[in-house]
Design a binder for this molecule. Structure first.
Ligand code: C2E
Ligand code: MG
Ligand code: MG
Ligand code: MG
Length: 283
């Protein structure tokens, strides 16, 4: 009798939670529609550094959303929703233009060596007009083609023939491509073998796991595969100096993470750049 009461109770709680989650999702979806126009979205930037020197070679643009009532909404929450509803196509178009514009500004301010890395969803790649969009965005913003890298995830393998065409076209255009969160999806090796990819980004989960032997072996193997294919390898989520030393020993030359800088708004990132330049001129 007790068990039964308990059981039905749990069922109710579960149901209520489900309803709440659904409500929240609808809310996020509706509010996101207005977010682009009302300028609630903005980009933050995280440096991608050369591990040997600690100097930035580029930066990843990451989307942020602060809603007047909901407050900060994590991209981990709203990006999957935007992907599901297709809103990511419009949002992603804005992200690409904004990131290219800002990078051009930094180039004009004397940081012409920096490249920008922009996250792109499978939904965007599936659009027939994607390569054209990239091309016109570069033209309009004046950013040099070799200063743009697009981060894709293994989810693009859901439509391999379409993705192959798009990545080949991007390569012809001169835009670089990176596999983000490498190793967390499926068919990563197939992707590496078949598609024109320039960069592997090792997911934070693997970098965290370097503290044990098995984890360390996995990271070393990823680095070796990348190096054998002539790719650039970036370790994500570096938080400690010991990780930097190990990665360098294993011949991984680039990385990003809180150890260097948390993703920062434009002004703060500019301060970081000034500081780095000062250190450089001091030798
Ligand atoms: P991602 O592209 O793999 O980005 C790396 C995530 O790790 C970012 O989370 C970043 O803030 C976080 N991170 C960087 N260094 C560290 C570290 O040292 N420690 C820890 N704990 N975290 C670190 P964020 O900004 O919350 O973004 C989450 C995900 O949302 C991104 O993962 C990406 O998949 C997606 N995303 C963000 N912006 C965009 C966008 O403009 N378009 C698309 N399609 N997806 C985006
Ligand atoms: Mg990324
Ligand atoms: Mg990543
Ligand atoms: Mg990630």
């Amino acid at each position: 009798y007790l068990a039964k009461a308990n059981g039905s109770n749990q069922y109710c709680v579960y149901n209520a939670q489900l309803a709440l989650a659904h409500e929240r999702k609808i809310r996020v979806e509706n509010e996101l529609k207005k977010a682009v126009e009302t300028e609630q979205l903005f980009l933050v930037y995280q440096p991608i550094v050369e591990l040997e020197t600690g100097r930035p070679i580029g930066m990843e643009a990451l989307l942020r959303w602060v809603h007047p009532e909901l407050g900060f909404v994590s991209p981990a929450e709203f990006i999957p929703i935007a992907e599901e509803t297709g809103q990511i196509v419009c949002v992603g178009e804005w992200v690409l233009r904004e990131a290219c514009e800002q990078t051009k500004r930094w180039h004009d301010e004397g940081y012409a060596y920096l490249y920008v890395s922009v996250n792109v969803s499978a939904r965007q790649i599936q659009q027939g007009s994607f390569v054209h969009l990239v091309q016109t965005t570069l033209q309009k913003t004046g950013l040099s083609v070799e200063k743009l890298e697009l981060e894709i995830t293994e989810s693009i393998m859901q439509d391999p023939s379409r993705s192959t065409k798009v990545l080949n076209d991007l390569q012809h255009l001169g835009v670089k491509t990176a596999i983000d969160d490498f190793g967390t999806g499926y068919s990563s090796l197939y992707l590496l073998k078949e598609l024109p990819i320039n960069t592997i980004k090792i997911d934070k989960a693997f970098v965290d796991d370097m503290t044990n032997n098995r984890g360390h072996s996995v990271v070393k193997s990823i680095i070796q595969i990348g190096r054998n294919l002539g790719l650039k390898i970036i370790a994500e989520g570096i938080e400690h100096e010991t990780q930097v030393e190990e990665l360098l020993q294993d011949s991984c030359h680039y990385g990003q993470g809180y150890h260097y800088l948390k993703p920062a708004p434009v002004n703060e990132f500019a301060l970081y750049l000034t500081k780095v330049e000062e250190e450089k001129s001091l030798g």
